[in-house]
Each structure stands twice: as structure tokens, then as C-alpha cells.
Design a protein around this ligand. Structure first.
Ligand code: AMP
Length: 370
């Protein structure tokens, strides 16, 4: 059994709302999160394994945490739950925290965390994601169940592969057979040709103005909260992004080279404005459906990212969703072309801190934490 809303309320009853400390594992998007938390006036805690991390953060005084919790192993976080609660810590989860702890341990961590932990269960299964995205009105890349049906380029993704490592492209069944490692679980997806855009949204269930998400089914007719577009990036992926320099795919095969999709960095992008209504339609559908994922679902809270490819027909294919802050928001520590329109200097990390700050003011922390 995971953390219940009653557990959360019980922990919060022992918290001093005027002394909340933002805690984050020093990796992934932590520089941005700590910077944003400091800007919003919070005390901050860095959590790390190894002195190197701590030293690295001394290179960025604007993000250096007020305190450190140094561990021998990230699993030891489980033994620090009482200490963290005594310190009024709210943990901001990101991809590395979930990876280091494991989704199961993270879901049971007895410390208040920002966002809805339950939703990360949906995010961590490709099949569940697909159901959620398609119900929400997103077109996802076609899945090929039987490799013998491959009749156009596909991308083969191994379960649990991190950062695109080990993915491969196959043009036909023979190609697939030649490359596949049958010891691992995999999904075969249609390879969508187009430009990648990673759309960083923020859903604030406490805000009653702005672009309101309309509830469906169990929440029909209700305004659920405000949807904001924070920023957009495109990932640098090694080595696929530089592959073209060596010639055609055939030339590359002759050199026994296969593309890989390992993320090494991120670049800011903007969408042509005429695509924004569709981007919002997709994100609104995803949020509205997050409240229908199961009986009594708490829905999306905070940052999420739609990973998309826009084809030359100007159609979006959504190939993945992250229901938390993504590292692609890191280029925007001092704001983006979108967030700056509303308030200059607003990063996703800072927006999280702002959301917590507002919830403290209105005594609604239990609505944005889990
Ligand atoms: P993912 O692990 O699903 O985020 O995918 C890693 C990378 O693989 C993406 O950033 C894309 O460059 C590429 N990719 C994933 N799915 C597709 C697809 N269906 N078609 C084309 N490229 C894809």
C-alpha cells in the first residue's frame, strides 16, 4: 500500500508551514530547483552521495543548498525519513531520484513530496502511458506487436533503458533480427519522421484564473486548475544527431555503425505559434484524463512534459509523457520565451517553489503534495 492522503495530512500536521525546507537530490534538474527555491525564499537541502557532488555545487553559489544530507547510498534515504520530517522537508522528485531509489521505494518514501506520486506509476509503464495519452486525444506512434509485420522504419526500445541507450532502428524484419537482444523486454514503435519538441507544462490545481482545464467524466463541468506552458527544448542525442555527417544509412551500415539515442544535453526551442492551440489541446486532455486514471485519482499536479514529434503534415505524435520536472527545462533557469511573457525569470524549478509558497499561504499544502 502506497502513501495515503491521510498519511500526508498526518505528517503535515507536525510541520511548521513557516519553516518549510525544499529538499532535492543533487542531480538532474537540482541546480534549477534549488535556484528557484532560493528565489522564492525557501531554505534548501541538498541530498547527495559522494563529496564530489557537494564540491560541484560550490561552483554554483546561486544554487548551493543551505544544508546537505550526505548519504553512503541513496537507499539510506529510507532511514532518514524522521530526520527529514523533523526538518520540515518537502522533497521535489525528479528523474534521478526515482531512478536511484527505484519507483517502488520512492512511492513508499515517508516524506512529503511535491506532486502526485501515484501518477508516476502510470508514467513508468509504456503500456499505461499509451492508454492515458490516447484516451486524452493524443496520437501516439503505432506499436508493432509482431516483428514480422515491420514494413517501414521502426525504433526498438528496451524496457527500463535509460536515456535512449540501447535503442535501435530497424528497416525490416531482417534488420530487427540482426540487432535485437531477445533477453530483454522491448517495444517496437513506428519511427516517426519529423522534428522533436519536448513541451514543458505546469498544472496548478490551486489557481482559478488563466487557461483553465475543464474536467471530464467524474469532474465534468468543473474547472480543475490552470495550465501553463513553461518552456520547450530539444534534446541533443549522441550519436544520432551527428550521424548525417558520415553519409547515408547504407554507408553507415557498411562501417558497422548503428545510431544511438543517448541524451547528452538540451537546447531551447519555440513552436510556430499556429501549433500552440494543438499543443494546449493535447496537454489539457492529458491533465483532464489524469483525474480519470482510476477511481478517486488525484490527477496531475505540477510539472509535466509531453515528448512529441511534429511531422511535415504539422501533426503531433506524442511518444512519451513525464509527470514531473524534466531535465529539458534546465536551459531556462532565468525564464523562457513562454514563461517570461507572464513573469520574467520564472523557471519550472521556481514555479514549483512558487506553487508551494502559495499553498502555504492558503493552508492547502495537502492539495499539491503526496
Ligand atoms: P524515449 O526514451 O522514448 O524518450 O526516446 C528517446 C529518443 O528516441 C527520443 O528523444 C527520440 O529522439 C527517439 N524516438 C523515440 N521514439 C521515437 C519514435 N517513435 N520515432 C522517432 N524517434 C523516436
Amino acid at each position: 500500500m502506497g502513501i495515503t492522503e491521510a498519511d500526508l495530512r498526518w505528517w503535515l500536521s507536525g510541520y511548521n508551514p513557516n519553516n518549510i525546507m525544499i529538499g532535492v537530490v543533487a542531480s538532474h534538474s537540482a541546480l534549477q530547483i534549488l535556484h528557484g527555491a532560493k528565489k522564492e525564499g525557501f531554505k534548501t537541502l541538498g541530498i547527495a552521495v559522494g563529496a564530489d557532488k557537494r564540491r560541484l555545487y560550490s561552483a554554483f553559489p546561486g544554487s548551493e543548498p543551505d544544508e546537505w544530507l550526505m548519504l553512503d547510498d541513496y537507499q539510506d534515504l529510507k532511514n532518514q525519513e524522521d530526520w527529514l520530517k523533523k526538518k520540515n522537508v518537502v522533497i521535489i522528485p525528479h528523474g534521478s531520484l526515482v531512478e536511484y531509489l527505484g519507483a517502488d521505494t520512492f512511492s513508499k518514501l515517508e516524506v512529503p513530496t511535491f506532486g502526485n506520486r501515484e501518477i508516476l506509476r502510470w508514467e513508468s509503464s509504456r503500456e499505461k502511458q499509451r492508454i492515458w495519452l490516447e484516451d486524452a486525444g493524443c496520437t501516439t506512434p503505432k506499436v508493432i506487436r509482431d516483428p514480422r509485420d515491420i514494413d517501414s522504419p521502426v525504433i526498438v526500445k528496451y524496457a527500463g533503458a535509460k536515456g535512449g541507450r540501447g535503442y535501435f532502428i530497424a528497416r525490416d524484419y531482417r534488420d530487427f533480427r540482426r540487432n535485437v537482444n531477445l533477453d530483454h523486454e522491448f517495444t517496437i514503435q513506428e519511427y516517426v519522421l519529423g522534428c522533436r519538441y519536448y513541451l514543458h507544462f505546469f498544472f496548478d490545481p490551486l489557481a482559478e484564473d488563466g487557461y483553465q482545464v475543464h474536467g471530464i467524466k467524474s469532474h465534468a463541468g468543473r474547472n480543475l486548475g490552470r495550465l501553463e506552458l513553461m518552456s520547450m527544448d530539444r534534446r541533443d542525442e549522441s550519436n544520432v544527431d551527428e550521424f548525417y555527417k558520415l553519409g547515408s544509412l547504407r554507408d553507415l551500415r557498411e562501417m558497422s555503425l548503428e545510431p544511438s539515442f543517448v541524451v547528452t544535453g538540451n537546447m531551447p526551442v519555440v513552436l510556430r505559434e499556429s501549433l500552440l492551440p494543438e499543443a494546449f489541446r493535447l496537454a489539457e486532455g492529458v491533465v483532464a484524463h489524469s483525474f480519470e486514471l482510476e477511481e478517486g485519482a488525484r490527477g496531475m499536479i505540477g510539472a509535466f512534459c509531453l515528448e512529441t514529434i511534429v511531422t511535415d503534415k504539422l501533426e503531433f505524435r506524442v511518444f512519451e509523457i513525464s509527470a514531473r520536472i524534466v531535465a529539458g527545462s534546465n536551459p531556462f533557469v532565468s525564464g523562457s520565451s513562454y514563461s517570461d511573457i507572464n513573469e520574467s525569470g520564472m523557471s519550472t524549478g521556481r514555479r514549483i517553489a512558487r506553487c508551494i509558497k502559495k499553498a502555504i499561504e492558503t493552508s492547502e499544502l495537502d492539495r499539491i503534495l503526496s
